[in-house]
Design a protein around this ligand. Structure first.
Ligand code: FES
Ligand code: MG
Length: 587
C-alpha cells in the first residue's frame, strides 16, 4: 500500500470507503456511525481531523482544552472536516511522580500508535504544560500527517501584595524566605497559590511558555497564538481558526516534514535565546528534530543561539508575566525584531501556508519595556553555553539568569575554582544539605548525580539546589550547582545541568568525591575535576554500575530504551521510524 494522498484519497477512506474490501469497510463504519457520526459524512471523502486531547482533571495546565474543544470542532466542521477528539496519555509536570519527564516518551508513543492505527487524516495537537508540547510534536513528526499545534495558553498574571507572582518563581523565592525564617508555613502556601490564578499553564517563561513559543517559531502553529492567555477571548478565536486551518492543511497535504526543516530548528534556537527560554528546550528540541529526521545537537544551541540578545523582559530572567508578553505582541513581535536584525530564516514554511517572513513582517514590539528592540536588549549574548570536561561530554549553562551579584562573587576572569560537595540524589540532598560537617560555604560547588534519564528515572528537575540555611542567612542566594538532571524552566539558578552521559551509565560525574577541587572556566567552556590522572583512572576501574530498582513496567522499558539528555532523551529505537504514514497498517 502506498501513499494514499498520492491517489487523491485521504487515508481514512481506506477504513470507511474501500470498495475493494466491503467486509472490513462495514466493520469500521457500523461502529463509528452508532453515535457521533453519520454514514454519509464518514463516506463523504471529507478529511477526518483528529484532536489529541491532553487536558483533564489530572492535567490542569491543559484543562482549558476541554473548554476549547467546541471551538476547535466548530472550525473543523465549518471548513468541511470531520472532527474526532481522542485522549492521549496525560502529563502533569508538577503532579507526576517520580517525574513528568518519564512520561514524555510515553505520550509520544501513545500518539504515534493512535495516529498510525486509526482513520485520521490530519491532527490538532493540544499543547500546554511542559512535556505535552514536545511529546505531541515528536509524535506528529514520526507519523508525518498534517498537524498543527494549539497552545492552551498561560494563566493570567498572579499577584501578591501588589507585585507580580509568577509560576515557579514565586515558590523558589518563598521557600528561601521560609528557610530564612522570614515567613511562616501559612504565608508560604498563600504566596504559592497566588501565582496560580486561573486556567492555563505557567505564566512565567518556564518550559511551557518556552516550548509553545518554540512550536510557533518552528512554524507548527498559527502565528500569534502561543502567548494568548488561556481565559482570553482571543484564545477561543485561535482555537476556531486552528480548526479551520487544519482542514486546509489536510487538503494541501502540508505535513510536518514540509515545516520541520533544519532552518526551522535554527529559527527556534534563536527565538529561544531572545525569549529567555528554558534549559529544557535543548533536549526537547533535539528530540523533535531527531524524530523529524533533522540532525540537531545541543552544540547548535551555542553555535546559533549564544550570541543572540535577550529581548523579552519576563520572569525568571526579567520582570513581567504572560499577560504583558501577549499585549506586547508575543512571539511574532520577538520574531520580527529578530528578522529585522537578519537573524531568522524568513523563507521557512509554516502551518499557516505562508513563510515565516510573510507571517510576521511589520509586527514589531507594541511595548518596548516588555519586548525590547534588538539593539536595546535586556542582555547581550544571552544564550546557552555548552560545557565539557572530565565530568561529562556536554552540559548546559543558561547565561541569561547569571546575576551580577553572582558574577562578582564567584567569577574571576570567568573562572571559579572551588570544593565539590556531592549528593547522590534529591533525598540525599534534603537529608544532608544543612549538615555543618560538609563545610559548605561560598567556595563550594554543589553536585547532584543519579538524576538523569536512566538514573532517576526520567531526569528530574533538581539541579537548582538551594544553599544551606546558614549560607542563605549570609545573603548568598545561589551557589553554583551541577548535575546530570534538569532544572525547572522557572528557576533563576545559574546551574550546569543536563550533564551527558549521566553518572549511572558511567559518566565522569560518577567518579567525583566530596572534597575534590573543581574548576569552572566559562571562557574555555569547561568544568573539570582537578584530580590526578592516575587517581581518576583508579576510581574509574573501581566503579561499578549501580543496581536500579524499577517501580513500574514502564520505568523498566523506559530505562532500557532511553538515550541521554544531550541527544534528546529519546526512545532511541523510535528515532529509526520516520514518516510512517507513508505505509498504511494492515487491515
Ligand atoms: Fe504545567 Fe508549568 S507545571 S505548565
Ligand atoms: Mg518543569
Amino acid at each position: 500500500m502506498g501513499d494514499t494522498r498520492a491517489n487523491g484519497r485521504f487515508r481514512s477512506q481506506e477504513w470507511f470507503d474501500n470498495p475493494n474490501n466491503p467486509g472490513m469497510t462495514a466493520l469500521y463504519l457500523e461502529r463509528y456511525q452508532n453515535q457521533t457520526f453519520t454514514r454519509e459524512e464518514l463516506q463523504s471523502g471529507r478529511p477526518i481531523i483528529g484532536i489529541a486531547q491532553t487536558g483533564s482533571d489530572l492535567a490542569p495546565c491543559n484543562k482549558i482544552h476541554v473548554f476549547l474543544m467546541d471551538r476547535i470542532k466548530a472550525g473543523i466542521r465549518d471548513a468541511g472536516g470531520v472532527p474526532m477528539e481522542f485522549p492521549v496519555h496525560p502529563i502533569q509536570e508538577t503532579g507526576k511522580r517520580p517525574t513528568a519527564a518519564l512520561d514524555r516518551n510515553l505520550q509520544y508513543l501513545s500518539l504515534v500508535e493512535v495516529l498510525h492505527g486509526y482513520p485520521i487524516d490530519a491532527v490538532v495537537l493540544t499543547t500546554g504544560c511542559d512535556k505535552t508540547t514536545p511529546a505531541l510534536l515528536m509524535g506528529a513528526a514520526t507519523v508525518d500527517i498534517p498537524a498543527i499545534a494549539l497552545n492552551g495558553g498561560p494563566m493570567l498574571d498572579g499577584w501578591w501584595q501588589g507585585k507580580r507572582s509568577g509560576s515557579g518563581s514565586m515558590i523558589w523565592e518563598s521557600r528561601r524566605l521560609l528557610a530564612e525564617g522570614k515567613i511562616d508555613y501559612e504565608e508560604f502556601m498563600q504566596r504559592a497559590c497566588s501565582s496560580s490564578p486561573s486556567l492555563g499553564h505557567c505564566n512565567t517563561m518556564g518550559t511551557a511558555s518556552t516550548m509553545n513559543a518554540i512550536a510557533e517559531a518552528l512554524g507548527m502553529s498559527l502565528p500569534g497564538q502561543a502567548a494568548i492567555p488561556a481565559p482570553f477571548r482571543e484564545r477561543m478565536q485561535a482555537a476556531y481558526e486552528t480548526g479551520r486551518r487544519i482542514v486546509e492543511m489536510a487538503h494541501e497535504d502540508l505535513k510536518p516534514s514540509d515545516i520541520l526543516t533544519r532552518e526551522a530548528f535554527e529559527n527556534a534556537i534563536v527565538v529561544n535565546t531572545a525569549i529567555g527560554g528554558s534549559t529544557n528546550a535543548p533536549p526537547h528540541l533535539v528530540a523533535i528534530a531527531r524524530h523529524a529526521g533533522v540532525d540537531l545537537t545541543t552544540q547548535d544551541f551555542q553555535t546559533y543561539g549564544y550570541d543572540v540578545p535577550l529581548l523579552v523582559n519576563m520572569q525568571p530572567a526579567g520582570e513581567y508575566l504572560g499577560e504583558s508578553f501577549f499585549r506586547a505582541g508575543g512571539v511574532p513581535a520577538v520574531m520580527e525584531e529578530l528578522r529585522r536584525a537578519g537573524r531568522l530564516h524568513e523563507g521557512a514554511m509554516t502551518a499557516s501556508g505562508r513563510t515565516v517572513g510573510e507571517n510576521i513582517s511589520g509586527l514589531g514590539s507594541l511595548d518596548t519595556d516588555v519586548i525590547r528592540p534588538f539593539d536595546q536588549p535586556m542582555r547581550e549574548r544571552a544564550g546557552f553555553l555548552v560545557l565539557s570536561g572530565n565530568l561529562f561530554d556536554e552540559a548546559l549553562m543558561k547565561t541569561s539568569v547569571i546575576s551580577d551579584d553572582f558574577r562578582q562573587r564567584f567569577l574571576r576572569n570567568g573562572k571559579f575554582e572551588a570544593r565539590a560537595v556531592v549528593f547522590e540524589g534529591p533525598e540525599d540532598y534534603h537529608h544532608r544539605i544543612n549538615d555543618e560537617s560538609l563545610g559548605i560555604d561560598e567556595h563550594t560547588i554543589l553536585f547532584i548525580r543519579n538524576v538523569g534519564c536512566v538514573g532517576y528515572p526520567g531526569s528530574a528537575e533538581v539541579v537548582n539546589m538551594q544553599p544551606p540555611d546558614a549560607v542563605l542567612m549570609e545573603g548568598i542566594r545561589h551557589l553554583p550547582t551541577v548535575g546530570d538532571g534538569r532544572q525547572s524552566g522557572t528557576s533563576e539558578s545559574p546551574s550546569i545541568l543536563n550533564a551527558t552521559p549521566e553518572a549511572v551509565v558511567g559518566g565522569g560525574l560518577a567518579l567525583l568525591q566530596t572534597g575534590d577541587r573543581v574548576c569552572l572556566d566559562l571562557e574555555a567552556g569547561t568544568l573539570n575535576a582537578l584530580v590526578e590522572d592516575a587517581e581518576w583512572q583508579a576510581r574509574r576501574a573501581a566503579w561499578q554500575r549501580p543496581e536500579l530498582t524499577h517501580q513500574t513496567p514502564w520505568q523498566e522499558i523506559y530505562r532500557q530504551t532511553v538515550g541521554q539528555l544531550g541527544r534528546g532523551g529519546c526512545l532511541e529505537l523510535a528515532t529509526a521510524y520516520q514518516r510512517i504514514s507513508k505505509e498504511l497498517p494492515r487491515d
